[in-house]
Write a protein of this length. Structure first.
Length: 291
């Protein structure tokens, strides 16, 4: 299939991108890796007047420490995230998740910022950033603003980015202490998840949970945090009855819908099992490497 006609811009600077976005507003779409936008164009589900190609912008492909966090440039490819020595040391959850996305061709082209800005509720990177409490840096005609993850994802394929803003950077916390676990279920390897869960926990030397984060994806219109389930874990030992109760509570916090891939009931049941599996896996990691 062929995309509908559009005007094509290739600005050389971030300021140039912002000027085009400001001129055309909601009629412009940004092209980064193209792994989400091109299928939408070819299926004519998106009909922008203008496509703004940012692939040639300098200085947006990086992974580096910044103010106690890790900053990831918007044009950083999935494959770079997957192989980053810095991330493997300081936030190993991200490289682990990256290898689950698509296939090698997709990972060589897809960009971290593009995935976040596209905001598919089943996207793994969106779920990780949401679970970790990351933040997004957006630049527009009025300057730069930092948007927390819980304010960024607003609905399916909808973010807090304004029509004249460009996502330039994503920041995630350093995660070299707490135990983590990730698992999703999909119809085929590389497909978007039908349901998925992420767990990040920490415990003291007595095995009492001191920190808990539980993320879910594919079971709502945005990536979700199971905050009631998180609260249930804190201050308690991660014993089997508590793990099962927490997983059940998390599933009740999910907001799944039915589609051609799975029913809402199936998604809710799957996320319960995935949260339970992740909690057990994270607990095992803590037991092997006590704080």
């Amino acid at each position: 299939m062929k995309p509908p006609p559009f005007d094509y811009y290739v600005p050389k600077t971030v300021r140039g991108v912002i000027e085009v976005l400001q001129r055309y507003g909601g009629e412009a779409k940004v092209l980064a890796g193209g792994q989400s936008l091109m299928p939408l164009l070819n299926l004519r589900l998106a009909r922008p007047q203008v496509v703004v190609d940012i692939n040639r912008l300098p200085g947006l492909d990086y992974i580096r420490p910044k103010d106690g966090k890790i900053a990831i440039g918007a044009l950083t490819r999935h494959r770079t995230v997957e192989t980053s020595a810095l991330l493997k040391e300081r936030c190993p959850l991200l490289p682990h998740v990256a290898q689950e996305i698509g296939d090698i061709q997709v990972r060589n082209r897809g960009t971290f910022g593009g995935s976040i800005a596209h905001a598919d509720p089943a996207a793994e990177f969106c779920a990780v950033v949401c679970t970790l409490g990351g933040e997004m840096v957006a630049k527009g005609p009025n300057g730069t603003r930092v948007i927390p993850a819980d304010k960024f994802f607003m609905a399916a394929l909808t973010t807090a980015l304004r029509s004249d803003e460009l996502l330039t950077e994503v920041r995630v916390p350093i995660l070299n202490g707490p135990a983590w676990s990730f698992r999703g279920i999909a119809a085929r390897q590389g497909d978007l998840a039908i349901a998925g869960a992420i767990v990040v926990i920490d415990a003291d030397t007595q095995g009492v949970c001191t920190q808990a984060r539980i993320g879910m994806f594919g079971v709502g219109s945005t990536p979700l945090r199971a905050r009631q389930a998180e609260a249930k874990l804190r201050g308690r030992r991660l014993e089997d009855p508590l793990v099962r109760e927490t997983a059940e509570l998390a599933s009740q916090e999910a907001e799944p819908s039915s589609d051609v891939h799975a029913s809402a009931e199936y998604r809710r049941e799957m996320v319960k099992h995935l949260v339970e599996w992740n909690l057990r896996n994270a607990r095992s990691r803590l037991e092997k490497n006590p704080r």
